[in-house]
Design a binder for this molecule. Structure first.
Ligand code: ACO
Length: 429
């Protein structure tokens, strides 16, 4: 009769072990009983880069990479992008359910009331070099927030956790916009709490001398959808950083700074910037075939293509491609879209990409939209971080309340030298 177990035979000893299978996994600790002798440490699983290791159970985000499915708390991303707005989606990710009107109103009020940052933070941003990368400023200022909220160390208190979450979701657009304005040498714009979340961000970014900034409704809506699409993506590099650093029970500002730092990398949140640079380098439809030759020769990667999880079209890329044309209708076309669409078409018919199941990911089209909105390339990962904040916080809290979680501490397979005696400098050949 079928059983939910796995039988393993250790051919070194001839012994057989039976380990339970639950939710499609075996427990790595069940391997530890497999030993050569009593003093043996026991068998471990070796999995650099966590390619086949579940580090947690989660109820937040579901991805089926083969089918191209992404759901937050069970709701398909396409429906959320179409029907929801960012703060409602943030509430959903954190609380697990779509809110009714009163809690949504309260949540929105709480976020809106925390958009200001301490004036010292503004001065702190002033002290960065004029050309500092805004993501570097963001990483530092998010970490600096910890020094303003010493109560945030109380991570075991649900009320304190909620308060820090409101602060972080509220303040990250302000920090992001200040980083941008510093770079441009423009005066900082204080939050306008009459505006919606993404509209306020646009105001803090682009307001000049006008008394009141009125965001373009198409751009405001598109930005809001982009925040939704980026809000969570289960155990990716930055969520893993958030959980891992947060598992030491550090305050959420420090953990979020680590997550932002992870997102800064070109293989993660930096990919959309790299993607636009790549499209600019290609420059024209005619130059695509020769560029793809270089990709296939391993000289360069096709940025915005490929994904560890999606072996099918990234559902976010589909929504973003459609969104691109709506934004272009409102603010003018970004000519790079022609290169991108043709590049995608040629790549998806090429056996190199087909065999490796490499499809456009979320970053392939997002940068082109950001650019059309007037956002400079080095702000792209910063925008990603604004959207992802709610997901990081949901992941962080889920980790903290999970009784199975402890401080994250991976094992290693040591392959270095055995014990040897120190040799004085004068005696080393
Ligand atoms: N261009 C060309 N070849 C690629 C690409 C690419 N973008 N991505 C993967 N491949 C190839 C690899 O060379 C490898 O080929 P091989 O088997 O002949 O050696 C094969 O596909 C598998 O690639 P891996 O690097 O093992 O895939 P992995 O899952 O580790 O990497 C990653 C995923 C990092 C996203 C990768 O596809 C990549 O570098 N893409 C470009 C950067 C990018 O767009 N990142 C954004 C990801 S989405 C996000 O973070 C929001």
């Amino acid at each position: 009769m079928a059983k939910d177990t796995l039988t393993l035979t250790d051919n070194r000893t001839g012994k057989t072990y039976e380990v339970p299978i639950k939710d499609g996994t075996i427990r790595a600790m069940d391997l530890r009983q497999i030993k050569l002798h009593d003093n043996d440490f026991g068998l471990m699983a070796y999995d650099p880069a966590f390619t086949n290791t579940a580090s947690t159970t989660s109820r937040i985000t579901f991805i089926d990479g083969d089918k191209g499915i992404l759901r937050y708390r069970g709701y398909p991303i396409e429906q959320l992008a179409e029907e929801s707005h960012y703060l409602e989606t943030a509430y959903l990710l954190i609380h697990g359910e779509l809110p009714t009107r009163p809690p949504l109103h309260e949540f929105t009020h709480n976020i809106t009331m925390h958009t200001l940052v301490h004036e010292n933070i503004r001065e702190f941003i002033d002290s960065f070099r004029y050309d500092a990368h805004p993501m570097g400023i963001l990483v530092s200022t998010v970490a600096a927030l910890a020094t303003f909220y010493p109560d945030a160390t109380n991570v075991g208190d649900p009320d304190s956790r909620r308060l820090q979450m409101h602060r972080l979701i509220a303040k990250i657009p302000t920090l992001a916009a200040y980083a941008y304005r510093h770079r441009r040498g423009l005066p900082y714009v204080y939050p306008d709490n009459d505006l919606a979340y993404s509209g306020n961000f646009l105001s803090m970014m682009f307001k000049m001398t006008e008394v009141k900034y009125r965001p373009n409704p198409v751009v405001q809506k598109a930005l809001d959808v982009l925040f939704i699409l980026h809000a969570d993506h289960e155990q990716n590099c930055s969520a893993n950083a958030m959980r891992s650093v947060g598992s030491s029970r550090v305050d959420p500002y420090s953990a979020t700074a680590a997550a932002c730092a992870a997102l800064f990398g070109p293989l993660h949140g930096g990919a959309n910037e790299q993607c636009v640079r790549m499209l600019q380098e290609i420059g024209s439809v005619a130059a695509i075939p020769s560029y793809l030759q270089r990709v296939k020769a391993g000289a360069v990667r096709l940025m915005g293509f490929g994904h560890r999880i999606y072996k099918n079209y990234d559902p976010r890329a589909k929504v973003i491609k459609k969104l691109a044309y709506e934004v272009f209708d409102a603010v003018g076309k970004n000519p790079l879209i022609d290169v991108a669409v043709e590049l995608e078409k040629i790549a998806l018919e090429d056996s190199y990409f087909v065999e490796r199941k490499l499809y456009p990911n979320v970053d392939f089209y997002s940068g082109i939209i950001y650019q059309a909105m007037g956002l400079p390339m080095d702000m792209f990962p910063v925008l990603f971080a604004i959207g992802r904040m709610s997901g990081w916080l949901a992941q962080w809290e889920e980790m903290l309340v999970d009784s199975e979680q402890r401080i994250a501490r991976p094992r290693q397979v040591y392959l270095g030298s055995g014990e040897r005696s120190y040799v004085h400098l004068s005696e080393r050949g």
